[in-house]
Design a protein around this ligand. Sequence first.
Ligand SMILES: C[S@@+](CC[C@H](N)C(=O)[O-])C[C@H]1O[C@@H](n2cnc3c(N)ncnc32)[C@H](O)[C@@H]1O
Length: 389
Amino acid sequence: MEGDEKEALELGKLVTFVPNKKLPIYNWLYFKEGFSRDFVFMMLEKFNIKQGNLVLDPFCGCGTTLLACKEKGIDSIGFDVLPIAVFASRVKTRDYDIEKLKLHAKQLLKAKFKRLPIPKELLKFFSIYTLEDAIFFKNEIMKIEDLSTREFFLLALINASIKCSYIYKDGGSLKVRKKEIAPLRDIFRRQIYRMFKDLKSFEKMPCEIIVDYGDARRLNIEDSCIDAIITSPPYLNKIEYTKVYAIEQELFLKEEMKKGISSIRSFIGQRVKPEIKLLEDAEKAINNEMKEKIEKLPQAIAYANDIYLAIKEMYRVAKENAKISIVIGDGVFVEEEVVINASNLLNSIASYIGYEIKKTLVVNKRIFTTPERKKKGIIKEYILIWEKL
Ligand SMILES: C[S@@+](CC[C@H](N)C(=O)[O-])C[C@H]1O[C@@H](n2cnc3c(N)ncnc32)[C@H](O)[C@@H]1O
C-alpha cells in the first residue's frame, strides 16, 4: 500500500478556498471549508478526465468541483446535506438569461423601502439598518415568480448581507466584531452588478450538472457510473456547519431548509452516543494502534463509522479504474491531547474496501498546542489519491 506520506507543501494553498476569492462565480459565497478551482483542474488533468466522463463530488459544499467541471465541459454530480451549500451550488452552476436578470435588478433596486418586522435576536450580528434592509429586500425577492431569477438575487443578498454584518467566522464558531458598515443597498447593488459581469466573463462549455440533497453514505445513483471523484469530507471534530451558517440559513433560507435533510444526524460524524461502537467492518479495516485511540472517543467512533460508509458508497458508484481524490485533515481533540491521523484512518479503510492507495500527499502542516500553548504534535492536511481496482 502506497500509504507513505510525501510532502507537497507547495499545494497547500490549493486545498483552501483562498484562490477562489478572486474568481468569477466561484466567489459568490465565501465558503471557508472549501478547496479551490485550481485544485480541481489539477486533479482533472492528472486523472485525464475529458468531456464525456462523469465526475462526482458527494460532499460538494459550495460547488467548486461542479463549477470547475462546467468550465471544462465535463458532466458532474454533487450532493450535500447543508441547505446553504446545495442552494449556492445550484445558483452558481445554473445558466441565466442576463437581460431578464437586468430588468429584475432595476425593479428591485428602485423599490421603495418599507419597514417590516425584524428578528430582534439577530441585532447582535447586524446594525438595525442592515437588518431592516435585508428583511425588506428578501421580501421583495420572494415576490419574483421565476425560480432561477429569485434564487440568483437571494444569493446576491446573502453575500451582501454577510459583508455588511458584524459576523466573524472563527473556525467552528461565530464571533461578533463591530465595525463601520456601508449601507446594504449599496453593497447589494454592487454585488448584483459584479455577478452580471461574472456571468459574462465565465467561460463555460456545454455539459450536464446535477446538484441535489443527498447523504454521501447512501447516494441516489446507480452502481459503477462515475469516472472520477474529487471531494473533501468533513474533518473529524472540526467544523459544525449548521452553526457556522446558522444566520444565513435562518434569515434567508427557511424555505430551502424545508426541502433539505439537514438534521444534525445527517452530517458525517454527528451520530454520537455514549455507548457507540465501531462497525464490524470499520473495526477490521483499522489497525490496533488507531483502534485504541478511536475507541476512547465516541465522536471519533461515529466519524470512523460514517467515513467507512461514505468510502464504501463511493466504491459502489465508481467505475472500475475510477480515480478518487480526497482532501482531508487530521482530527484534533485538544482536551484529550489526541490527534487522529486522517491519512492512516481513511487509507486503511479504503484499502480494506478494495481501492489501491496511489498517493498520500501532505499539503499543510501546523503545530498543535494545548490551551497553555504547550506543543503537543503536528496536525496535517492531505490529498489522498486512490484507484478502484
Ligand atoms: C469540507 S466541506 C466540502 C467543501 C467543498 N469541497 C467545497 O470546495 O466547497 C464538507 C461538506 O460535507 C457536507 N456534509 C456533511 N455530512 C454530509 C453527508 N452525510 N452527506 C453529504 N454531505 C455532507 C458538509 O455540509 C460540507 O458542505
